[in-house]
Design a binder for this molecule. Structure first.
Ligand SMILES: O=C(O)C(=O)C[C@]1(C(=O)O)C=C[C@@H](O)C=C1
Length: 909
């Protein structure tokens, strides 16, 4: 049985508590001492003496709900109780606590309500233990948790409570104190915790000097004068000297991409839900089929797959026979934080795939369930839009205007903190940031942002990060507007607009938010939310989106464009929460917040095996994939990404040349007229070989891709249906393969191959084909680069003028970027040197005969000394041939760019 239940503020004030057994305040004292104050534990269960203590936070109210029970009992319903109690309490008193003026909640009511709640949950627990029959979902605790508790009416419930430890007067005083406390900057309030632990991450935006001297508060349910003073942060001095070192965890820094962009780190594999093993046993498979939704703990023996097990050997699966299993699966999903609707949707998808199937073995049932679940998940988790914030910001820069992002969400989820983490990321990308303090409602909000701006400045000498603020009580839409205008004048690249937290049901505040959005039409609306559980996620997101739509007065209203999930490190079943949120909005999760430093902003990236993977393709970081996906029009014309492809092709070309250089020149393979084509014309052995290869490649639709060009013709039609490539390039007829072939044979082969004939004709022709195809792809990529440059709004007018004048030289000059070329040649030399050299057993590069790089030491035995390819030759090849020909392609393409194209009004000269 439960021994003790308590509701307290995170700072240590007991608002309400109740003892049922002998465990009086001592375990609680220990909990506060050991966990809350010293932050010793990140888990939410704690054992002390004979007691187990569990707790849950309600962050927007800064409350903690604590349950104590005898360790030996291992009560299974405590999580449910905590969840339901915190939901009910927040529903009843949350508004009044937040408004700070709503009168005093009635203690009597809460005692009654809690008692009934406990009774219901204990009864259900007893019942579920008695019955071994599979329950319908509607009979489960999870279902009750989702729906029933929130609806419980206190007046229907009898008061059977025992005397509370804290009397009504005290409760009243505590609420007063809580109001005072919540008037102070939220982040500052967390300072006390972690004070004794030097290893603990500091809280961003907090004042370190105070933190060091802060003592753990006594936990006796009373407030001393000293405590009362320390709880009042309303006068905290924001001008303290910043010790910024603590605000960035070097080990959590992201990486700089090849093009210099700074990308936040990916969520470590260890941060994710545990990985999935194909070798898992049937028993383990009771966890549930989809990898991302597995249970952490071993499932009960009556788990999902054991139901399926009973079905094997049946003739055919029917909707009826699947019903109990689907009900169980739905319950499981809900317990994994998936909202009820979404769980239903997933179950329906799985059931649909199974109905009518005849499933002989357990394995085949397992495979079917897994496959159906994965397909359904994939469909839900593929966001409707792709988001690359840095690219969008670059676009706004080109348009000479600041890029604007509004951060919205309910109270206490960490909007300002995550806005500041985002600012840190932007500053790492050398962007100038203006933070607009548009939370004119919560006292302390502006000061908090001031501290962040000051911290961020202190971190980076040249960082441009400023605060635009107009104090409290003013119209936030107007402040945002002024901030944006000011950013235009001051040359800030990005305006981050902080807004007041608001509950989704608070109509006036939601109207104000819609107004801010309508007036300012920001580039992005980012919803900052805790990695929310179940239906709460759906409710918040749906209502925020509805408010943006209903109150906007616009024909094309805005909606949430992306999400930042905060406190991601505090929940267990992350994927369920992420799933609910993505499903509800159809929008991607841009980042997840995982801790207390500016570096605690990460990409959510999950393994390839069907777990949720928005970080990889859809986040602001959007890890660059080297092979461009030309089917995805959104990515196809980013100059940075196109250059990444060129960088990757450097490797392909160097290795292809190394491969060819193994063989002698074999001149006879290039003699014209030796072989006959199908159409009667004649060619060299190489041309014959190339043609045969290209015929096969054509059949598998290689040349339907806009970045592949054949050397020979005619070629057969593809046997595969052609893919639908979006029209990324303007129609053109450029193919410079003839030039490439000529230069390759005359200039390149003689330079990289030993003269003579070694009879390896087939091998040389194979390698020649690889070299030619890589070079052709690289050089024709010039078309994409040219299109990207042409689409740059800052350049388009100039290009149009030069194209109209057919000024080839001027076009060539405009598209040339000498810095990029110089960097390319430097990189290429280094690559060619390394790829073309032997490496000693200890890893050094053998540069010259008997010498290793950077020293005069003799190369280790075993390292041969002849270079596979000369770096000079590769660099020369690029300098004299690859780059100039690429640029030729660019110019030719641009000269055709206006053909049949309607010049937009604002691009006309
Ligand atoms: O990266 C570009 O901007 C390109 O146009 C490509 C390329 C190249 O061939 O590598 C060509 C011209 C520029 O001067 C720089 C590099």
């Amino acid at each position: 049985m439960l021994d003790f239940f308590s509701i307290a503020t995170k700072g240590g004030l007991v608002l309400w508590s109740k003892a049922y057994g002998p465990a009086q305040s001592s375990p609680i004292n220990n909990l506060i001492q050991d966990i809350l104050i010293e932050e010793r534990s990140s888990t939410q269960i704690y054992y002390k003496d004979n007691y187990a203590i569990k707790w849950t936070f309600v962050n927007d109210l800064d409350l903690i709900f604590i349950a104590v029970y005898p360790k030996s009992l291992g009560l299974t319903y405590i999580d449910t109780l905590l969840q339901a109690a915190s939901t009910q309490f927040s529903d009843r008193y949350g508004d009044r606590i937040l408004r700070k003026s709503g009168g005093i909640p009635q203690l009597k009511d809460w005692g009654v309500q809690f008692e009934a709640l406990l009774q219901t949950i204990e009864d259900q627990d007893a019942l579920s233990k008695k019955t071994k029959q599979p329950r319908k979902f509607e009979q489960t605790v999870g279902y009750s948790n989702s729906l029933a508790y929130a609806k419980a009416k206190p007046e229907d419930i009898k008061d059977t409570s025992k005397p509370a430890l804290v009397d009504e007067d005290e409760f009243l005083r505590n609420i007063e104190m809580l109001k005072k406390k919540s008037a102070s900057p939220r982040i500052g309030m967390r300072k006390g915790r972690g004070a004794k632990s030097p290893a603990a991450s500091p809280v961003i935006g907090s004042d370190d000097s105070k933190k060091k001297t802060k003592e753990g508060r006594k936990w006796d349910g009373k407030i001393s004068a000293k405590d009362a003073k320390s709880l009042d942060y309303s006068n905290s001095d924001a001008a303290d000297v910043v010790n910024a070192d603590h605000l960035v965890d070097q080990s959590k820094l992201g990486q700089h991409g090849k093009d210099g962009t700074y990308n936040v780190a990916d969520l470590e594999a260890s941060d994710e839900d545990e990985s999935y093993s194909d070798e898992e046993s049937e028993e383990e498979y009771t966890k549930i089929s989809a990898r991302s939704l597995q249970a952490k703990k071993p499932a009960a023996s009556s788990g999902l797959m054991s139901f399926f097990k009973n079905m094997t050997g049946q003739k055919e699966m029917t909707a009826e026979s699947l019903e109990p299993i689907m009900s169980k699966m739905k319950e499981h999903l809900i317990n994994k934080n998936v909202a009820a609707d979404i769980a239903q949707h997933l179950c329906d998808s799985v059931a649909k795939g199974l109905v009518g199937q005849t499933l002989g073995s357990f394995k085949s049932v397992q495979a079917h369930v897994k496959q159906s679940m994965e397909t359904a998940l994939k469909r839900i988790l593929t966001p409707k839009t792709s988001v690359d914030l840095l690219r969008d910001i670059a676009q706004a820069q080109a348009e000479k205007r600041p890029y604007t992002i509004v951060f919205i969400g309910v109270n206490g989820v960490g909007k300002s903190t995550n806005l500041s983490k985002t600012a840190f990321w932007l500053l790492q990308n050398n962007l100038k940031v203006l933070i607009a303090a548009c939370d004119t409602f919560r006292s302390g909000a502006v000061e908090q942002l001031r501290v962040h701006a000051r911290n961020l400045k202190a971190l980076e000498q040249n960082a441009v990060v400023d605060l635009y603020e107009k104090g409290y009580g003013k119209d936030s839409a107007s402040i945002a507007k002024e901030a944006i205008s000011s950013a235009k004048l001051t040359g800030h690249d990005v305006v981050l607009i902080d807004t007041a937290g608001r509950m989704q049901d608070n109509d006036p505040l939601m109207r104000a938010l819609a107004k801010l959005v309508t007036v300012n039409n920001p580039d992005k609306i980012i919803f900052v939310g805790e990695a929310l559980v179940g239906n709460e996620a759906v409710d918040q997101l749906t209502k925020f989106n509805a408010a943006l739509k209903d109150y906007s007065g616009l024909a094309n209203p805005r909606h949430i464009d992306g999400m930042i999930l905060t406190k991601f490190d505090t929940i267990d079943d992350k994927v369920g929460a992420a799933l609910s949120m993505t499903y509800t909005t159809g929008q991607p999760i841009l980042f997840v917040g995982t801790g207390q430093t500016y570096t605690d902003l990460k990409n959510m990236k999950v393994n390839n095996n069907n777990s949720y993977c928005p970080g990889r393709h859809y986040t602001a970081d959007s890890n660059r994939t080297y092979t461009m996906n030309l089917l995805n029009n959104n990515d196809a014309l980013s100059l940075a990404k196109l250059r990444d492809v060129l960088i990757r092709l450097e490797d392909t070309i160097i290795f292809a040349l190394i491969e060819r250089a193994q063989f002698a020149l074999n001149d006879c393979t290039y003699q014209p007229g030796v072989y006959k084509y199908d159409n009667g014309s004649q060619g060299s052995f190489l041309e014959y070989f190339l043609h045969e290869m290209e015929k096969v490649h054509a059949r598998v639709r290689r040349y339907t891709s806009p970045d592949e060009y054949p050397f020979t013709s005619p070629l057969p039609e593809p046997m595969l249906p052609t893919l639908d490539f979006p029209p990324t390039l303007h129609p053109n007829n450029i193919n410079v393969n003839k030039d490439i072939m000529e230069r390759y044979l005359q200039d390149i082969v003689p330079k990289i191959c030993a003269p003579g004939d070694d009879l390896n004709y087939g091998s040389s022709a194979t390698r020649d084909t690889e070299c030619l195809q890589a070079l052709s792809k690289r050089i024709h990529y010039g078309k994409f680069i040219a299109e990207s440059k042409f689409m740059d709004p800052t350049q388009q007018k100039t290009y149009i003028r030069l194209i109209q004048n057919k000024d080839r030289d001027a076009i060539m000059e405009l598209l040339t970027n000498r810095t990029v070329e110089a960097a390319l040649l430097r990189r290429l030399r280094r690559k060619a040197l390394i790829y073309g050299s032997d490496i000693t057993e200890t890893g050094e590069v053998v540069t010259k005969e008997g010498e290793v790089e950077g020293s005069t030491a003799t190369a280790a035995a075993g390292a041969t000394t002849s270079r596979k390819i000369q770096a000079d030759v590769v660099v020369d090849l690029y300098e004299r041939f690859v780059i100039p020909l690429t640029k030729e392609v660019e110019v030719e393409y641009l000269l055709q760019r206006l053909d049949g194209w309607q010049i937009p009004e604002d691009s006309k000269n």
